[in-house]
Ligand binder design. Structure first.
Ligand SMILES: [Zn+2]
Length: 114
């Protein structure tokens, strides 16, 4: 059995979305972006030095994720998957259509079930 374009399919069951109550989300929509803003300011101060800039990048990324999270919970869910070809473990974000195994280069199509 040989195809010109060979790939494997992996079926993943989606995690149940965590129920975020509004009592938690509303304060989070205010507090998390505020913390994110604070982190961004610290990051800006740190990037004044070249070494600080390296540390500031993950800070910016973290700040962005935190600011957006209460508005879109579940968008950033990650799943541990195993390459069906070589058993290498990988992490994929929910609703990604495919990923390529870093070890064997096998393209893997992802099928999501809710
Ligand atoms: Zn692999």
């Amino acid at each position: 059995m040989s195809h010109a374009y060979e790939y494997m399919t992996l079926e993943i069951t989606k995690k149940k979305p965590k129920k975020l109550s509004w009592a938690w989300r509303i304060p989070a929509m205010v507090v998390l972006p505020a913390i994110a803003l604070f982190m961004t300011l610290i990051g800006l101060l740190m990037s004044l030095t070249i070494i600080g800039f390296i540390f500031a990048i993950p800070l910016f990324m973290g700040a962005l994720g935190m600011a957006v999270y209460p508005f879109a919970p579940g968008k950033f869910k990650s799943y541990k998957v195993t390459c069906p070809n070589c058993d290498k473990k990988a992490t994929v974000l929910q609703d990604r259509e495919d990923f390529k195994c870093r070890r064997c280069g096998m393209p893997v199509a992802l099928k999501w079930h809710s």
